[in-house]
Design a protein around this ligand. Sequence first.
Ligand code: CO8
Length: 260
Amino acid sequence: MPYETITTQTDGAVTTITLNRPQALNALSSVVLDELIEAFTAYQNDDSQLCAILTGSGDRAFAAGADIKEMSEKDAADFYLQDFFAKWTSHIVEAVRKPWIAAVNGFALGGGCELAMMADFIIASDRAKFGQPEIKLGVAPGMGGSQRLTRAVGKAKAMEMCLTGRMMDAEEAERSGLVARVVPHDTLMDEARTTAATIAGMPPMAAMVNKEMVNAAYETFLGQGVLHERRLFQILTATEDKAEGMKAFIEKRDGQWKGR
Ligand code: CO8
């Protein structure tokens, strides 16, 4: 079934999901939310797909936030009763155990910044701008922005951005640890696809375990995180890909992966 507000495309083992409401700077309406969940679920369930990229259509925005026009019609009871945006955590952050990258091609504001921060990492165009300007609308981040931004860039910058609504450009975002890499705007998708193909070429179960380990550093205290890492490492040593990877190294050849 074709989507209304996003597009999806596969190339080898890489899925690209594109937010496609350029006239509204890819604002995240409920329809976008539902379609993204569907697309990420399809990616997770397709064994042939091993890395995904999320990006925005048009030249200006990744996503300029939750859809303000839609939100302006809702009251507190609507937000609470519908548990607005809760499904993103369960369906996009927790249920997607395979890797995915946000390729941020312009504005990533409010919910757009929060969505990008749900990715395993961000590659940014040199025109990207990040911000949590919700305070200017009389609200605050509601999809994890105050928590993930603070973990990424530290309290000082996160607090300043949330309290003033100021945007961070790509260079500052890289310097502050919010993004993995900044690339020239015109090369963004090529860079993202090359990186995704590299990840897709890794032993798939090891990719999932590496993702789970790094995410554990976000969620736990150091001692618990290190224990979690050690146990997962021990599980990986029982895989056929571990035996093959080490054998291939010793035999000076590329590994042939089974994904188990
Ligand atoms: N929602 C809906 N429409 C939007 C949004 C948005 N977030 N952002 C831009 N648009 C629309 C504009 O209304 C405009 O449409 P139209 O032409 O029909 O008027 C079109 O996109 C182009 O935008 P502008 O004319 O404003 O373009 P400019 O170049 O002048 O400005 C900006 C670009 C600076 C990005 C500006 O559009 C802007 O400030 N946008 C809003 C940014 C923002 O405040 N984002 C945060 C939204 S709140 C949020 O995300 C909360 C998430 C958590 C909720 C959790 C609930 C539980």
